[in-house]
Write a protein that binds this ligand. Structure first.
Ligand code: LLP
Length: 419
């Protein structure tokens, strides 16, 4: 899965950087990202949309480091945000607010005001109640808020239930049957300006069928809304394209879009303004998390490999039983391979990074947890008062520290003792 990761003389490299050198210099746990991988992933989308009107809005929740945002902004991306905090990050990174779309079921009035003040491109509204509130807030500011309505195409993305969002019975979007009425209401509200339609069917999608079905259903809705006299300027197809974690074979972004664009063309929508909201597929396979083996703990039923990264740093295995490859930074050691559960120091049985992995390692050696560019650092916490790891971005022979290792006092800086 990792385009820029390779062994050279048995040592693991990301681009031109020997990862063990970075771990020794910056400590562990350590996130390291490849700029070339991110740009390569972006280029696949850009190729797919050649000759089309598209705005790629990176779903920044996947990895919201300022430097990562800055990189994507420099390459023309807008951003899909889900909070006022994310908007502040976009602005701090030099992103263009007019290329920002604001998703999420629970936008507060304060967040709406903040986004209107910044002049974002579009609110992706998720409920009828939210439409009314947004209209009120915008009207009070003497503005009309640009809106899309997120529709629920009711297709099964065939992914993990926690990250599948396009089926009936989850909290996202407006039901297919309610869509035209909801658009009528939006068109009447004085504080709104209808600009588009939006859908997002889930995440880590590795098949093309759910996408093709969702596009058919979405275009049916565009047709019905426009037949009701409401013009849809842009079509936002969301994100969700999966990556290879463990032999997964998602379609390539350009190949998938060739098929989706053929559908748009066949129905006469091929020259519309398009938007997409990819997150994971832009950054997931660009990052690794480096960790040091603290102890090997052989047992009757299981052997444990205790490392210095944990579920607070890298929550996906604990949260979703997600698989991440784990490999040694030095593939040339002479140890006997053993099967281990790779676990962190946190006081929870759920604190594991990989199960039943065959590894030839010893205490003091270094491992890389793979495919950790998306939803790893950004979902991290400081549970057990563990400071967040440092993060590096490598670009060929250059290394940039994009986040300094957090200190313990950073963690409790805003806490107060009793009088
Ligand atoms: N647009 C919307 C409205 C979303 O909710 C999401 C992700 C995206 C775009 C980007 O989806 P992507 O291209 O990254 O699949 N923490 C989970 C994933 C949660 C996804 C949430 N929404 C994980 O670690 O697998």
């Amino acid at each position: 899965g990792h385009p820029q990761l390779h062994y050279r003389d048995q040592a693991l490299y990301l681009e031109d950087q020997r990862l063990s050198d970075l771990a020794r210099a910056h400590g562990t746990p350590l996130y390291v990202y490849s700029q070339a991988s991110m740009l390569q992933a972006l280029a696949a989308y850009q190729r797919g949309f050649a000759g089309r009107k598209v705005q790629i809005c990176y779903a920044m929740k996947a990895n919201s480091s300022l430097a990562v945002l800055q990189l994507f902004a420099r390459h023309g991306c807008g951003f899909d945000i889900v909070s006022g905090g994310e908007l502040a990050r976009v602005l701090a990174a030099g992103g263009d607010p007019s290329k920002v779309i604001f998703s999420g079921v629970g936008k507060t009035r304060a967040e709406m005001r903040q986004a209107l003040e910044a002049g974002i491109g579009c609110f992706n509204v998720e409920s009828e109640a939210e439409l009314e509130v947004l209209s009120e807030v915008a009207q009070a500011m003497g503005l009309r808020a640009p809106v899309s309505i997120r529709v629920n195409p009711n297709v099964d993305a065939k992914t993990h239930p926690y990250i599948s969002t396009g089926l009936k019975g989850n909290k996202f979007g407006i039901a297919h049957e309610r869509t035209v009425d909801t658009y009528r209401r939006a068109a009447q509200l004085p504080g709104l300006r209808v600009v588009g339609i939006d859908c997002h069917i889930g995440s880590q999608i590795t098949e093309e069928t759910p996408y093709l079905d969702a596009m058919d259903r979405l275009l049916d809705l565009v047709q019905a809304i426009e037949a009701a006299g409401i013009n849809i300027h842009h079509i936002d197809f969301g994100g969700g394209l999966g990556i290879d974690y463990n032999g997964d074979t998602p379609p390539a972004a350009d190949a998938l879009w060739a098929k989706l664009l053929a559908k748009l063309d066949a129905r006469g929508y091929g020259q519309r303004q398009l938007m997409i909201e990819p997150g994971r597929s832009l950054v997931g396979n660009a990052g690794v998390c480096l960790t040091e083996v603290l102890y090997l703990k052989p047992g009757e039923q299981k052997n444990f490999c205790v490392v210095d990264a944990a579920m607070n740093d890298l929550p996906r295995p604990a949260m979703y039983q997600a698989y991440h490859g784990i490999v040694p930074l030095d593939a040339g050691t002479a140890h006997e391979p053993q099967v281990y559960d790779v676990v962190g120091p946190i006081c929870e049985s759920g604190d594991w990074l990989g199960r039943e992995r065959s590894l030839a390692v010893a205490a003091g050696e270094l491992l890389a947890v793979l495919s950790t560019g998306a939803y790893c650092s950004s979902m991290g916490s400081t549970y057990n008062t563990r400071p967040r790891p440092a993060e590096l971005l490598v670009d060929g022979a250059s290394v940039h520290v994009i986040r300094a290792r957090e200190s313990v006092s950073d963690i409790y800086r805003s806490e107060k003792l009793l009088p």
